[in-house]
Design a protein around this ligand. Structure first.
Ligand SMILES: NC(=O)c1ccc[n+]([C@@H]2O[C@H](COP(=O)([O-])OP(=O)(O)OC[C@H]3O[C@@H](n4cnc5c(N)ncnc54)[C@H](OP(=O)(O)O)[C@@H]3O)[C@@H](O)[C@H]2O)c1
Length: 412
């Protein structure tokens, strides 16, 4: 029997307004929006002003509302809304990856204590149904890796860099003008947005709950035209990859630019598209590709959560209860670094060097590096230094013999 859902909607921006329309167009659901709460009283909206409220209590204190859909752009306010809604016995659907990534353990405990559902498919790669797939389909013993292009803004910039030979700054400005990038692009181009999504993916793939600060993120801000040329000469592309992999009883994760070979799932994922690939022991690799953002694509994932709630669906986090895996930061990888100042290459110690090149205004080095040598600060404090993982082949990552205790200070 379908449950009747009375919705309190927070936010009527890109995703919230998309959900309103998608819900209206879908006759399948026994779900109605009773109250919409937004922030700014003076904003022009597509619906008459009497459709909107500004006091969150009108949703949180309304006993008739049994589902809160939180679609706002403020992670701190979202945390307060979501925790209060769960505590008062309301189901919650959210798309707020930053808030979820920072508080996942607490939110799982709260939804369990209050016997309600907390769903957030739209928070990772928009319309791509990856969380519920990881949760329901892939069991922990056989799952090997999950990786993806999880940020449309950076993929759009990297696609144009590859095709047009313009500078990063020119293309970023263009992307901002066209609405593909925020005026403050930090969360996207420095890999934070991808990292929040990866942290959620790791929880559902392997049952391991980390904090964003545990996962290294290196972004694309420092990329140079020479790096793109280097990639082209080798038949490679550069993509911002969020990846996690199981090695022995450990799970590793990172967000970093990566050189991609033609046979990679990521090679032909262009512009604002996202893709996720899941590798498991017997099913081998599977790839999901689709729109990771945008009003209707993201709203469609929210709609799917609402629809699942009508049948009392909830994430069970079975892998979290049973996992023997630990998150590890001590491993080695193949790396490429380049700089317009050859001296900067000394900043990263290589355990093995494969290739070096140096001219007066551009130098690069490839080889093997212990992961502990890399930090977000190294990337941010040295704009001349481009850091990218080299093409991944089987067994490319190796756990460090002695686990290095890496403290990453890349909080955001
Ligand atoms: N846009 C995408 O494609 C996309 C994709 C995946 C996930 N998401 C996630 O979805 C969420 C919403 O994103 P969006 O792009 O729709 O944002 P947006 O277009 O900037 O809209 C944000 C909405 O939140 C409202 N709001 C902000 N603070 C509020 C508060 N304290 N109380 C009530 N309402 C408040 C704003 O009110 P006003 O209208 O009054 O300003 C606005 O309606 C974010 O967590 C985002 O990360 C977005």
């Amino acid at each position: 029997m379908k449950k009747k859902l009375t919705i309190g909607l927070f936010g009527f921006g890109c995703v919230g307004s998309g959900l309103y329309e998608v819900l209206n167009r879908s006759n399948l659901l026994n779900a109605t929006i009773k109250t919409i709460v937004v922030k700014n009283k003076n904003k022009q909206r597509v619906l008459p002003a009497d459709h909107f409220q500004y006091d969150k209590e009108l949703i949180l204190a309304d006993p008739e509302i049994n589902l809160v859909v939180e679609l706002i752009d403020d992670a701190d306010a979202a945390y307060e809304i979501v925790t209060r809604a769960l505590r008062s016995g309301k189901h919650v659907v959210s798309a707020n990856k930053k808030m979820i990534a920072h508080h996942l353990d607490e939110l799982i405990a709260l939804k369990n204590q209050n016997n309600v559902s907390f769903l957030y498919e739209a928070s990772v790669c928009g319309s791509i149904p990856v969380i519920r797939n990881l949760e329901e389909y892939y069991n922990n013993d056989t799952l090997r890796s999950v990786q993806g292009i999880c940020n449309g803004t950076t993929n759009y910039i990297l696609t144009r860099l590859d095709k047009e030979g313009k500078s990063f700054d020119e293309i970023l400005k263009d992307a901002q003008r066209l609405g593909f990038a925020e005026s403050d692009p930090t969360l996207d181009i420095d890999g934070f947005d991808s990292k929040f999504k990866l942290q959620i993916l790791i929880a559902h793939a392997f049952g391991v709950i980390t904090l964003p600060a545990d996962i290294l993120n290196i972004g694309i801000r420092n990329i140079k035209e020479q790096d793109i040329r280097f990639a082209k000469e080798k038949g490679l592309k550069i993509k911002l990859i969020a990846a996690s992999e199981k090695i022995d009883q450990k799970v590793i994760g990172y967000v970093a630019p990566q050189f991609i070979q033609e046979d990679s799932f990521a090679y032909d994922v262009n512009n604002e598209f996202n893709a996720v690939t899941i590798e498991a022991l017997f099913s081998d690799r599977q790839v999901f590709k689709g729109k990771g953002a945008g009003s209707f694509p993201t709203a469609s994932a929210v709609l799917s959560d609402i629809s699942a709630l009508q049948y009392d669906y909830g994430y069970e986090y079975r892998k979290k209860e049973t996992t023997q895996l630990n998150y590890a930061s001590g491993f080695s990888t193949r790396l490429f670094i380049s700089s317009t100042n050859p001296d900067k290459l000394k900043l990263i110690p290589f355990t093995e060097v494969e290739e070096t090149f140096s001219s007066k205004d551009y130098a690069y080095k490839t080889g093997t590096v212990n992961f502990g040598a890399l930090t977000h600060e190294l990337y941010r404090n040295h704009p001349e230094l481009f850091i990218a993982f080299f093409p991944q082949t089987e067994g490319n990552f190796k756990l460090a013999p002695v686990e290095e205790n890496v403290v990453l200070q890349n909080t955001f």
